[in-house]
Write a protein that binds this ligand. Structure first.
Ligand SMILES: Nc1ncnc2c1ncn2[C@@H]1O[C@H](COP(=O)(O)OP(=O)(O)OP(=O)(O)O)[C@@H](O)[C@H]1O
Length: 449
């Protein structure tokens, strides 16, 4: 059985001491009461308590000064009680996150509720879960121990050794860019560059120049030669993310380069030879995209010499919890902290379907890490599902607001919640990516709402 959380009490004022000792919130802990005549910090360190209730006398409390730089500061939750005389040391301690400071006259009910909260955090914590390690297998830039991921690792290893183009297909947030990068890292091209571009984010006017480059003077504003991504990736790998979002009429140009291995920078006299491996990706269902004439079938066959499926997180048994621990361990290591996931949180992570895949999980852990003090409880894990269930869709829209403005707010908010991903934003809003671009262009030239 787990031992009870421990509470250290160093309070000289008899009324305050008896008020505190009468609290149920105090009695649920294993109690350690200080010997008044001695240095309390020493006693606290020796007793290894989780919570400390300290009455502060500003005059000659050396323990208080010593605590400012003492490691126990980050391991213990402090409740200080003072008569309210200004005390710089106390201010500093509270600023460093030591805990609570109550000034006389004391409201012991408030103390009791904070003590209860801390108690439930401490008793939820599961000792067998490590907070500093990840237990998932790693392959290149990917982590995951599920059989779906191991199948993927084997595919990547095989494809990496060849020089064929690859097409990664999978839902948003499943790690397609990481797969492409891992393919590159394991390929004979690993010493040359890996260049990634998002085809959905290219403005139609600049596509040719972004892909193939331009020479000085090719058009107004072309002040000097510009290298396109084919040239930047020379000898290496070019990752065309969201390739299906490239305007249909530009797709044929890509097809030509793939067929001839030659391209011409805008305004140039001569063609250049391309030596790149193309890895493309999409989160669309390809059959539909081809049927709806969003994506050229001939381009698909050129790119998809090797199709690679990026499995959704719900098909990677056990990986959701593993990835949560993984992201948390890295976050803890960054800050030198020991935050942990409670068993209930792990259960919530295991049961949720993660429609936004690893990206959604990563963001959820990042938010939970910020929200939780020590232990991440289920309520700290905010998923998109909860966001979708927000009460009224009309909430927050004042009467009489211009339709244009409502639309603008909806677009900018959705864009933000998708981390700027225009494809997902357009899908969620039910408009085409082209319409989204047109609207965003318009906003660039108008003041922000
Ligand atoms: N297997 C994994 N291991 C570790 N991190 C991962 C893994 N898969 C995805 N991630 C992380 O999840 C986030 C999303 O990954 P990535 O951008 O590669 O997804 P994507 O499939 O390309 O998404 P989109 O289709 O929206 O462009 C990134 O922060 C990435 O680091």
């Amino acid at each position: 059985m787990m031992s009870l959380p421990k509470l250290f009490l160093h309070v000289q004022d008899p009324t305050l001491a008896s008020d505190l000792l009468a609290l149920k919130g105090v009695l649920q802990y294993e109690l350690n009461i200080s010997h008044h005549e001695e240095n309390w910090l020493l006693q606290l360190t020796a007793s290894q308590c989780d919570v400390a209730l300290i009455e502060v006398h500003s005059d000659q409390d050396e323990s208080l000064s010593a605590l400012i730089h003492h490691p126990i500061l980050s391991q213990t939750e402090f409740f200080f009680f003072s008569q309210g005389e200004p005390d710089e040391r106390l201010d500093k301690l509270i600023q460093k996150g030591a805990g609570f400071h109550y000034r006389a006259p004391f409201n012991v009910n408030l103390v009791a509720s904070s003590l209860n909260e801390v108690f439930s955090e401490l008793s939820h914590s599961s000792p067998q879960v490590t907070t500093q390690t990840s237990y998932l297998d790693q392959f290149g830039l990917l982590v995951g121990s599920s059989s779906a991921m191991h199948t993927l690792y084997r595919t990547i290893r095989k494809v990496a050794a060849t020089n064929t183009n690859a097409f990664i297909i999978g839902e948003s947030g499943t790690g397609k860019e990481l797969i492409a990068n891992t393919l590159h890292v394991f390929s004979p091209r690993a010493d040359a560059p890996f260049v990634a571009i998002n085809c959905g984010a290219l403005s139609p006017e600049l596509i040719d120049s972004e892909l193939f480059g331009h020479v000085k003077g090719a058009f107004t504003g072309a002040h000097k030669d510009h290298q396109g991504v084919f040239e930047q990736a020379e000898g290496g790998t070019l990752f065309l993310d969201e390739v299906t979002e490239m305007p249909y009429e530009h797709q044929v140009k890509l097809l030509r380069v793939l067929e001839s291995a030659e391209y011409k920078p805008v305004g140039a006299q001569h063609v250049k030879k391309a030596n790149v491996r193309i890895v493309a990706a999409t989160n669309r269902i390809l059959g539909n995209a081809i049927r709806d004439e969003i994506f050229r079938e001939d381009l698909y066959f050129r790119l998809a010499q090797f199709p690679i499926q990026s499995p959704p997180l719900r098909d990677r048994e056990g990986d959701a919890c593993g990835l949560a621990q993984h992201f948390l361990a890295y976050r803890n290591a960054q800050d030198g902290l020991h935050k942990q996931l409670s068993d209930q949180s792990l259960e919530k992570i295991r049961q949720y379907a993660w429609p936004g895949n690893v990206r959604e999980l990563k963001h959820a852990i990042e938010r939970a890490y910020i929200l939780a003090d020590h232990t991440i409880h289920p309520e700290h894990i905010i998923t998109n599902e909860i966001k979708a269930q927000e009460p009224s869709k009309a909430a927050g829209i004042p009467h009489g607001m211009r339709l244009d403005d409502i639309e603008k707010i909806a677009i900018l908010k959705t864009l933000k919640s998708n981390d700027g991903n225009r494809t997902d934003t357009a899908n969620q809003l039910g408009i085409s990516i082209k319409t989204l671009y047109n609207k965003l262009d318009k906003y660039d030239n108008s003041p922000l709402v």
